[in-house]
Design a binder for this molecule. Sequence first.
Ligand SMILES: *Cc1c(COP(=O)(O)O)cnc(C)c1O
Length: 474
Amino acid sequence: MTLGHPGREPRRAHLSYNPVFVAEPVRVPRERLPDGDLDPAVAYQIVHDELMLDGNARLNLATFVTSWMEPLADRLMAECAEKNMIDKDEYPRTAALEQRCVRMLAHLWRAPSADDAIGCSTTGSSEACMLAGLALKRRWQHARRAAGRPADRPNLVMGADVQICWEKFADYWDVEPRVVPMEGERFHLDAESAVARCDENTIGVVAVLGSTFDGSYEPVAEICAALDRSRDERDLDVPVHVDGASGAMIAPFCDPELPWDFRLDRVASINTSGHKYGLVYPGVGWVVWRDTAALPEDLVFSVNYLGGNMPTFALNFSRPGAQVVAQYFTFLRLGFEGYRRVQSTCRDVATSLADRIAELGPFRLLTRGDELPVFAFTLAGDVGGYSVFDVSAHLRERGWLVPAYTFPADRTDLAVLRIVVRNGMTHDLADLFLADLRRSLENLRRQPEPLRGAESGSFAHGAGTTRHPRSGRR
Ligand SMILES: *Cc1c(COP(=O)(O)O)cnc(C)c1O
């Protein structure tokens, strides 16, 4: 949903169109439903022409979201455009493909039994995180009520690097966010500070794999081990949710030895964005619970399915089925080995680009792209004539979108640039990018002082997002 922003667009009452394309002069109102109909080719041309002004996703190093799928996936998605995910009765095969995807993910994430694991597709990780958070909250409420204790002050422990969806979760569902600030060169949650913030009202700890701010993995196994100790010592049994929006589709292929998933008993649930490193167009996400005990039954509703009932857990009701079908197609198409090849190529490009950026001189790497294929870098201490925001603006002139933003508390003094390497960012493109970065630096070196600050920050996919100034809460 886009909220209206009064005054952003020129307030011309009618759309202008290229007269070459219309047989007869037409007047098309910009913001009112037109009175009459239009020839479909004319309507297509008007919409198509305007959308040509959107950016070129190939040069977008800001987003994590898939912007290319192969033509057969496009065809399958077009074939499924009318399928409604919620209508399991009408589209039982789509429903079956969704369940197969859930079991594939449960297996990939090492659930003790992929048949006992339970999960669903969502519109993205944001909805998946809402569902996982709700399950944590409800589980905690049940346990508290059963023990005759108050259940009205839930809190959730997380690092300051969480994506904005967790702030939304806490706000929308009245859960106190206990946010562990960054400190020095620690840019994400660590075990000790996480455990220190847990008490009897903690519904869970969110561990991020990996951070949208710098691509680093949070130490999930250490966090779980520290919580195991606090169960023994303080009688606190706090479950962990892993926000694997990106990393849950990287780590299984690139870091098979790293335990971050259901191999850790304390991990109750995991989410991922099918439309990030799951390699499907937006919007599809996934959430999987380790077993049925992790998802309280009273959150689950049932819908009609071939005369019977099928359990569902979702915020949306109607939702397109095409993305789920495309996810299943991609799982079949690539298999484990195909995903491993795509993701390790991304990581290869990321680490080598990071190394070469470090060699340029004016930058200091915060991460190297060796966890998520994503890295953040800042200006070296001796650079005074320009800011990271200036670098971002210069790159934008050459078509590259590289966001610059400041870190959250307590490192708001630190301003960084971040590069997300996705499928399609090849070594060749990385060479071109580096050549453009070099040329930008030649110009910037002649600049006496920085021209731009944080107010010029651009889209960073939930990193560095702030609330609308009109919202006075908090
Ligand atoms: C992108 C992201 C989200 C939000 O995911 P959407 O699929 O865009 O809704 C949540 N958490 C993390 C760690 C992310 O990277």
